[in-house]
Every structure is written in C-alpha cells, then in structure tokens.
Design a protein around this ligand. Structure first.
Ligand SMILES: Cc1ncc(COP(=O)(O)O)c(C=O)c1O
Length: 412
C-alpha cells in the first residue's frame, strides 16, 4: 500500500506534478475533456510503437496477441468485469456506435436518454432510431439533484412499455453529476429494459464494479481520468447480448487468423494499425495504483470541492448537486451569472487563431488567463466545469477564480 498523502496538502502532492510534461504557459483544468497522460504512460506507448516499427512481423504475429490479452485482463479486473466480456475500442464514441449498430430495434420501439447525455451520443441514437423506425426520447431530470430515488423516479416514469433501451451516463458531461447507475440498472431490470452506460468520466474517478451493476452495455474512454494514451477505451457487453454485437469493421478477427472462438475474437484484428494505446493501459492503471486509488480520489475530490466552494463564494449561485462525494468526484460544476450582453457576442479572434471554442467566455479565459477550462451551456444557463487531477493545485484554482471575478465584472 502506498503511503496516504493528506488530500488538502498541496506541498505533499507537488512532487507528482513532475510526472507530467505539460506545455509551459497553460494551466490545464480540463482533464475531463482530454486527459494528458503522465510521462510513464507516454514512455510505455513509445516502447510498444518501437517494438512494432522495428520488427512488424514479429510484433504482429508473435507479440501482439499475448500482450493484448494481458492488457485486457488487467483492464477487466480494474473495471470489475470478466476479460471475455470486454473488448478494446478507440474511445467511448466507437463503443456507443457498436451498440447502436447492433442493438435490435424496430418500428415503434423507444430508446430513452436523459437530458444530461453527451451531444454526440444523442446524435448516435437519433440516427440509429431513424434507421430502424424507432424513437429516441429524452427525459429531463429534476434539478437540483436531491436523491437517487427522485432521479430514478423521473427516468422510470418517462419509460413506457415500448422502451427497449436506456442510455445513461455514469458521470454526465455537461453537468459533471455522478448518476445513481446501480439503482437505475436494478429498476431497469425489473421493467425488462436494457441499459447502456456511457462511462468515460467514471473510470478512475470512481470505483467500477461493472458485473455487480449488471448493466447490458458499458463503454468508456481510458484517455480521460485514467490518463491512458489517446485512442484507448473499452466496451463491455453482458453475455446475454454478445451474440448480437458485431464489429463495425470486419477483418480477420484474430491474428494469426485462427478460428474465431468467442464473440470478442472478432474485435482484435480489424486491419493493420498501431495498438500501442491499448497495450499501454496497464501502465496507466499501475501509475494510479502506485499513487493509491483512494488517495487519488480523495485528493482530486478535495480540489474539486475547494474549487466549488471558491466559485460559489464568487457567484453566490448554488451548484446542481449537494456537496457530497456521492454526487460529484474530481470535477466542480458551478453556475455562472448570465452574460451581460445576453450572450450574443461571438468570441473575437486574433489573426493567428483559427477557431474558438464555442463559448466566448471560455475563449477569453484561455486567451487572457492562459487557463483551459470549459464553460458549458445547459438548459439555458451557463456553468463552469473545473477538472482536478494530480498536476493541479489550489494556487491554480485561486488564479482561475480571481481572473474570472475580473472578467465577470467586465461584463463577460
Ligand atoms: C459522457 C461522455 N460520453 C462520451 C464522450 C465521448 O468520448 P470520446 O470522445 O473519448 O469518444 C464524452 C467526451 O467528453 C463524454 O463526456
């Protein structure tokens, strides 16, 4: 067991920052969108790529399959499922598309999503429903969040006897809320509704026990909180659905092209490519295990709670969830006052800037303060979402809050 560092002690955690080579001049408070990997994970990836590029035949034919299986075993144990129920995918988006292309839907069927689902996920199910004559429906969850029971009641009172599938984030993207997914799965089973959990923010941020939850599908990207290389994720499919889940790209399945024995064999070889992101997932897990997962979670939650408190002091506006680690982990999410220009003014670009993020305040924070932090619009209000990882500290949060205070005074 690694020694436990006090969550509130910046100095004790400071040495860990040197594990990341982040670009000078930017304060990165957006691990939740794109999580930079620590140097040891980058090195692991480089080593795998080197093994591939220095002797491709040996790598693909002799080394790949055992390394792939070892990485899959490690990831499966980390997320609490059986290796045979899990496949690697490039990201949660690919995982969700595989489910959408495979799940049996017909005319009159309904797919139910919460209104906190990621925008691209909404599009994926819109298209799947258009193709099959099914309907994608969205349920508005009551705000603010008060109890798991109230959230579940809202979801299941929107379900009908036509609802075949529920799409729900484990931790939501626009609102950073930990949804009560275990309760949701239990209630869905009673109603005979399948559940697909969209979990990219959850892996590492909260403990995962996917088999215990007994969802039908669970997909996640490993390049967020786990800090594995970009282009690494997984899809876990409950055995009851494995017969219907098909690879989006058909190739040999396994390499060498031996007989396909299990559903997951079809997903190992989908044409020649660099699998180093998947093979480096164990390095990311080992890194966090060495830090101590509970220490990681309590430190990053403590920072998120600190950010939340400071932002609430600044705005006087209350967040959507109670101040409780059951509802939020490593991301603080706080409402901001409406823009004083009504939000109509687009970000102004310098000649060397090609495209701003869509929110003008986010663009200004980055340009004037050098801080990457998302400003999110949700149901007509704007919020700030502050991600806290091991390379962040209270000085960065204080700088954000002071800078934001000045910007809000200047009518942003
Ligand atoms: C809840 C949620 N689902 C899905 C995604 C898509 O993740 P990726 O781009 O890694 O596929 C994101 C990305 O931010 C997300 O927050």
């Amino acid at each position: 067991m690694p020694p436990t560092l006090p969550a509130d002690d910046d100095a004790a955690w400071a040495p860990l920052k040197s594990q990341w080579s982040l670009r000078e001049g930017t304060t990165y408070l957006n691990h939740g969108s794109f999580g930079p990997p620590p140097d040891c994970v980058r090195a692991a990836r480089r080593n795998w790529t080197e093994a591939l590029e220095s002797q491709p035949m040996d790598f693909f034919v002799r080394q790949l399959e055992p390394a792939w299986l070892a990485a899959r075993d490690k990831l499966a144990a980390f997320v609490g499922t059986k290796p045979g129920d899990l496949i690697f995918v490039e990201n949660a988006t690919v995982g969700m598309n595989i489910v959408a292309d495979s799940f049996p839907l017909g005319a009159g069927d309904e797919v139910l999503l919460t209104d906190h689902e990621y925008g691209a996920v909404q599009r994926i199910w819109q298209r799947a429903c258009e193709k099959t004559g099914a309907t994608a429906r969205t349920v508005e969850l009551p705000l603010p969040f008060r109890s798991a029971a109230e959230t579940c009641d809202a979801i299941f009172s929107a379900a009908t006897d036509r609802t075949r599938l529920l799409i729900v984030s484990h931790i939501t993207s626009p609102t950073a809320v930990i949804l009560p997914v275990a309760d949701i799965c239990g209630r869905a089973r009673e109603r005979g509704i399948a559940v697909c959990i969209d979990g990219p923010h959850a892996i590492a941020q909260v403990p995962l026990a996917i088999d215990e939850m007994d969802c039908d599908f669970y997909t996640a990207s490993c390049h967020k909180w786990l800090s594995a290389p970009f282009g690494s994720g997984f899809l876990r499919v409950a055995p009851r659905w494995q017969a219907v889940v098909r690879p989006p790209v058909l190739s040999w399945g396994r390499i060498p092209p031996t007989k396909i024995e299990t559903w997951s064999d079809e997903f190992v070889w989908s044409g020649t490519r660099d699998p180093s992101p998947y093979l480096s997932i164990p390095a990311a897990i080992e890194f966090l295990e060495e830090v101590g997962l509970e220490s990681f979670r309590s430190r990053t939650h403590w920072l998120a709670q600190y950010a939340r408190r400071k932002l609430v002091e600044l705005t006087g506006l209350q967040p959507l969830v109670p101040d409780d680690p059951a509802w939020y982990g490593s991301m603080a999410h706080v409402p901001l006052p409406p823009p004083q220009d009504g939000g109509s003014a687009p970000a102004t670009l310098r000649p060397d800037e090609t495209s701003p993020v869509s929110n003008p305040l986010q663009h200004t924070i980055w340009r004037q303060l050098g801080i990457e932090v998302p400003i999110v619009d949700f149901r007509g209000r704007r919020y700030i979402r502050v991600s806290c990882h091991l390379y962040n500290d209270t000085e960065q949060i204080d700088r954000l809050v002071a800078g934001l205070a000045a910007l809000l005074q200047q009518r942003n």
